[in-house]
Structures are given as C-alpha cells and as structure tokens.
Design a protein around this ligand. Structure first.
Ligand code: 5GP
Length: 234
C-alpha cells in the first residue's frame, strides 16, 4: 500500500491518500488539544497507543456486527481505513455524568444516569461544536432522517458492546464520542475510539484513565493510556 499525498491534518490525526481511491491511511499523532484547542500539548507515544486501542476496538465491534471504516493496522501509528464521506455530526453517549452534561445541566460528576443520554454536536470548529438536535441536522442537510436513525441505532448498540467489553477489564465507560460517514451507500463508524474520545474510569478506584488527565493536569497521562491499552489487549 503506497502512502500518497496528505489529504487532511486534524488535531490528533493525519489522513493520506493511497494508490487505491477508496482507501486512505489514518496516522495518529502525539499532539493533544483540549478546550477548543486553546490548550495544546503532546502525550508521549499517544499516537502509537491510540492506533492500537482503536484497531482492537474496531475489530471487536466488527465481530459484533457494527460496520466500521477499519481495514487493517499498517504500522505503529498508521491504519488503513475506507475513505468515508464524513457526516458532520458528532454523536456523544453518556452513561455517567461528567464534562459537558455536568456543566450544562448542573449534575455533579459521577452520577450514574437513569438511562444512556445521546447528544449530537455539530462538527464545526469555528462554531465550537454546538449541541444540536434532529431538526438542526435536517435544516442543515447534514444527513437524512433514515441515516440518522441508523446512526442512532448503531450508537446505542456500540454503547452496550463497549460498556460490556470495558466492564470485563475493570473499566467504567463514562461517555464517548463517535463519528460516522458514508461509504458505497452504507453508514460506517469512522474516526477513532480511544482514551482521547472516551472517558474511562477504573471500576474500583474511579481513577481517570483518559484525556481528562491532560485536560485537568492530573499527571501520569501516558501511564493511563498505556493502562487502557494493556486492559484492551488482555
Ligand atoms: P464532553 O461533551 O463532556 O466534553 O465530551 C463527552 C465525551 O466525548 C468525552 O469522552 C470526550 O472525550 C468526547 N468528545 C467530545 N467532543 C470531542 C472532540 O471534539 N474530540 C475528542 N477527541 N473527543 C470529544
């Protein structure tokens, strides 16, 4: 697989063309940003760790019937993926209150929610990824209602699968963010699933093993990411 021109560079990843038009290479960087990219830094080996965690989780989800963009891992920092037409809606699912929902609704961190909460955010840096609903998605023409139904169903299924998977390795899945895209007329899960995009707490101690360690300067960030990798691979 030949690595071609850079197509896009985001905050944590770079996409490259390949010699096959329907496939791209996703390269994971060590760069970390938070709070709308006003906080910037780097987490040693994050790219390598997130590539491995994402690859393992995508494969696990595929085995349970969730279609993803993942094709194969190419190297430490690179995976081959199907080239999606990204739907500019970020889907967040929350099982326990933290972050955005604590701030917006005044729920203290750590409250187990009565049922999973699904949120949509507009994937738009200039507008700071505002919260949105099905009506906003409709008027902006971001996706059809049929596509959103599929995305919602996949997201709740992914939550059940991931919650169960992480529970078995001693982690609580607090919340996470997903992105989807179109590929040959189908909806596929895209982006990454890693401690950058999930909140994961140790089941016994509630220790945070995710990007909140960077956001809040809690230290031992690389160790936390390594710990998640160790458990995912267990
Ligand atoms: P919150 O809305 O509480 O800030 O985030 C909810 C969950 O989605 C967290 O696990 C967070 O890491 C993830 N998330 C939300 N927006 C983004 C984003 O733009 N980038 C990344 N990497 N994760 C996000």
């Amino acid at each position: 697989m030949k690595k071609g021109k850079k197509i896009y560079e985001g905050k944590a990843k770079i996409l490259y063309e390949t010699d096959r038009p329907a496939m791209v290479i996703q390269e994971f960087k060590d760069d970390a940003t938070a709070f709308d990219a006003t906080k910037r830094g780097s987490i040693k080996e994050k790219g390598v760790i997130n590539n491995e965690i994402s690859a393992a989780l995508f494969q696990m989800l595929e085995s349970k019937g969730i279609p993803t963009h993942f094709v194969k891992r190419l190297s430490d920092r690179e995976m081959l993926i199907k080239k999606l037409e990204i739907i500019r809606v970020e889907v967040t699912i929350r099982n326990i209150s933290a972050g955005g929902i604590s701030k917006a609704l005044g729920i203290e961190e750590g409250v187990v929610l009565k049922s999973p909460v699904l949120e949509y955010h507009y994937k738009n840096d200039a507008l700071h990824d505002p919260l949105m609903n099905d009506y906003h998605i409709e008027i902006l023409g971001l996706a059809t209602s049929k596509e959103m139904k599929k995305i919602k169903d996949y997201s709740f299924s992914i939550n059940e699968i991931l919650k169960d998977f992480f529970d078995k390795v001693g982690l609580k899945l607090v919340d996470f963010k997903l992105e989807f895209g179109r590929y040959k007329g189908r909806i596929l899960l895209g982006d990454e699933i890693s401690p950058d995009t999930c909140r994961l707490w140790d089941k016994k101690t509630n220790e945070k093993l995710d990007k909140d360690r960077f956001r809040r300067d809690l230290g031992r960030i690389e160790e936390a990411y390594q710990e998640v990798l160790k458990r995912v691979k267990a």
